[in-house]
Design a protein around this ligand. Structure first.
Ligand SMILES: Cc1cc2nc3c(=O)[nH]c(=O)nc-3n(C[C@H](O)[C@H](O)[C@H](O)COP(=O)(O)OP(=O)(O)OC[C@H]3O[C@@H](n4cnc5c(N)ncnc54)[C@H](O)[C@@H]3O)c2cc1C
Length: 561
């Protein structure tokens, strides 16, 4: 074991593959936005595990919630967020995010993001005349959008700007393996920490050369997105394996509220469609959920019917599927004029048509799927984790905004607001205390490991974890199912650990290790909460219990020292 605790140690570049002021892990909206904000003051390395564009952000459809309408107010947006969060939002955080929203949107417009404008329905750059959509749980029209491809437009512009910036260097096909914390004892990423630790970079696998590189940094920011791939059915792309949560946890950061997994009610149900989401905006524009007989059913579950919050709608569909034994329900917007549907939802229309479904004439078959992780690495209002010089922003963080349930289109907003807050704070941190400070860290040590001869173990465990989580830790939970899942995941974890220490790491193995860790933590949090609240529903405790459980579920790896 190697231990280095000399606070005066300086960064020695000779064993570093990269030395930078800011190491940003992830190139979605959170990572790119913070990069643009700190780049005028320091050097930035963005490591991203596939192509830079591969992110949840790029798939976001509906838009970004913010108050622009005359009828709307900050108080209404705050109230809607608190209602969705079901008693667990941090009101100060909600106010900060909501009131900063318009400024952050104007910033996007100023750098060239083309949102739809009210007058023409076409894309433009005048923030005063933005077209505002409506989504479930919102009491006003407040969803700023670029047709039904908002994320793609935002990602396009942010990437373009970041690539133009000479201070920002991209490392595509580089997957972070583990964080490096000062005073850490490390052997192949086995990181044990103490309370005085601070983060000074990360070990990163270059997927092309297959070499693990050492990235030293004064400030490290986790912007690794969500964890949808922990579940069998998900709207998330392949990158969403909860790496930031797993790395943060292993490094000793507190994580919270992982039981609150949002299942999007409407993913396209088609054997050839991989993870295709049918935006909530379809229901916002009058789309109705119907059963196979063509009967609407949401009136049986909530007074807001099809515009009820996502958890209510997802549970209603789950109940309908179990009640009828069918494989899907349907979302019908064929009563709206075809010209409106094709212009409002060009992407959805084309995609459905490619699977032989004409949404202007027939209902779309849909099922729920894991969509958004409300919990994550705990941060303060500046995005700081409880490890010094380590920040977490975007979906990987747990800021207190979402509480027990995220309000639709609040996540892109949260990422923007926290990218801004974290950038300001990180610049101050760097100025104030950490000039030049960064220890010399040992290179990745894989002595005694060999190339894997059993890739089948990795593939099999991937599948088993995702099925287990879908079946036992899904929309409706019970103590018995959670206990069963806990036992299975523990056995798989043991297998993965043995494999991990014996063979050279690969991207697949790194991700497997991470989804196993996140699965374990989700189960731990879910088993701990003996009530039903927001997105967490346990049939053994169907009521909310404010007296005992109106609090976050916090968990932290056992610390040394
Ligand atoms: C289909 C879909 C539709 C959505 N629609 C909306 C919407 O309309 N409005 C809204 O507010 N939200 C929406 N969301 C949620 C929203 O898109 C995400 O919460 C948000 O984009 C997260 O941004 P992020 O920057 O935190 O993460 P991401 O955009 O997911 O970016 C994460 C980045 O980290 C990289 N990464 C991950 N692990 C590693 C690693 N170990 N090493 C290196 N790089 C790594 C990834 O490759 C990626 O570049 C939607 C999500 C999906 C999936």
């Amino acid at each position: 074991m190697i231990s280095f605790r000399d606070p005066n140690a300086r960064l020695k570049t000779r064993n570093m593959d990269s030395r930078t002021d800011f190491l940003i892990i992830g190139s979605g909206i959170a990572g790119l936005m913070v990069a643009l904000k700190v780049a005028p003051t320091g050097t930035v390395a963005i490591v991203t595990k596939k192509q830079a564009v591969d992110s949840n952000t790029n798939l976001a459809q509906g838009g970004i919630a913010s108050v622009f309408d005359q009828q709307d107010s900050f108080d209404l947006h705050i109230q809607d967020t608190l209602t969705a969060g079901d008693g667990l939002c941090n009101p100060d955080v909600v106010r900060q995010v909501v009131t900063s929203g318009p400024e952050r949107i104007r910033e996007l417009v100023a750098i060239g993001v083309g949102f739809n404008t009210a007058a023409s329905g076409s894309q433009g750059t005048a923030a005063t005349a933005l077209d505002l959509g409506r989504e479930g749980g919102h009491s006003c029209n407040r969803i700023v959008h670029a047709h039904d491809m908002t994320g793609r437009e935002v990602e396009r512009v942010l990437l373009e700007r970041a690539r133009q910036n000479k201070n920002i260097r991209f490392y595509e096909n580089h997957i972070a393996v583990d964080l490096i914390t000062f005073s850490t004892r490390i052997k192949r990423g086995l990181v044990t920490t103490t309370h005085e630790d601070y983060c000074c970079g990360a070990y990163v696998l270059d997927r092309l050369s297959l070499r693990v590189k050492t990235f030293g940094a004064r400030i490290t920011l986790l912007a690794t997105g969500g964890a949808g791939k922990v579940y069998l059915y998900t709207s998330n792309p392949d990158i969403a394996t909860g790496d930031g949560i797993a790395m943060g946890y292993r490094a000793g950061a507190t994580v919270a509220n992982l039981e609150f997994v949002q299942f999007h009610p409407t993913c396209l149900y088609h054997p050839a469609a991989k993870n295709f989401l049918i935006s909530e905006a379809v229901r916002g524009e009058g789309g109705r959920l119907i059963d196979a007989g063509g009967h609407p059913f949401m009136q049986h579950y909530d007074p807001k019917k099809d515009l009820a919050c996502r958890d209510v709608v997802a549970r209603a569909i789950d109940t309908e599927l179990k009640r009828t034994g069918r494989e899907s329900v349907f979302l019908d917007i064929s009563h709206r004029p075809a010209a409106f549907v094709t212009s409002r939802f060009p992407n959805l229309y084309e995609k459905c048509l490619s699977f032989g479904i004409d949404m202007t004439r027939e209902p779309i078959p849909v099922v729920p799927a894991a969509h958004y992780m409300c919990g994550g690495v705990v941060t303060d209002i500046f995005g700081r984790t409880d490890i010094q010089r380590l920040y977490a922003i975007g979906e990987t963080a747990c800021t207190g905004l979402h509480g027990a349930n995220r309000l639709a289109s609040n996540s892109l907003l949260e990422a923007l607001v926290y990218a801004d807050a974290a950038a300001r704070q990180a610049l101050q941190d760097m100025d104030a205390r950490h000039q030049g400070e960064c220890p010399n860290v040992p290179d990745w040590d894989d002595v005694g490991t060999s190339d894997s001869d059993e890739q089948i173990m990795v593939a099999h465990n991937w599948d088993e974890i995702r099925r287990c989580m879908w079946n036992y830790v899904g929309i409706v939970r019970s103590d018995k199912r959670l206990a069963r899942a806990q036992r299975r995941i523990a056995t798989i974890q043991q297998e993965i650990q043995e494999y991990y220490w014996n063979f050279k790491v690969s991207a697949h193995l790194i991700e497997l290790r991470n989804i196993a860790t996140v699965a374990e933590l989700i189960i731990q949090c879910a088993a701990h909460r003996k009530e039903s609240r927001g997105l967490h529903y346990n049939i053994g405790y169907p009521q909310k219990d404010d007296r005992r459980w109106r609090k976050d579920t916090l968990t932290r790896r056992q610390m040394l020292g």
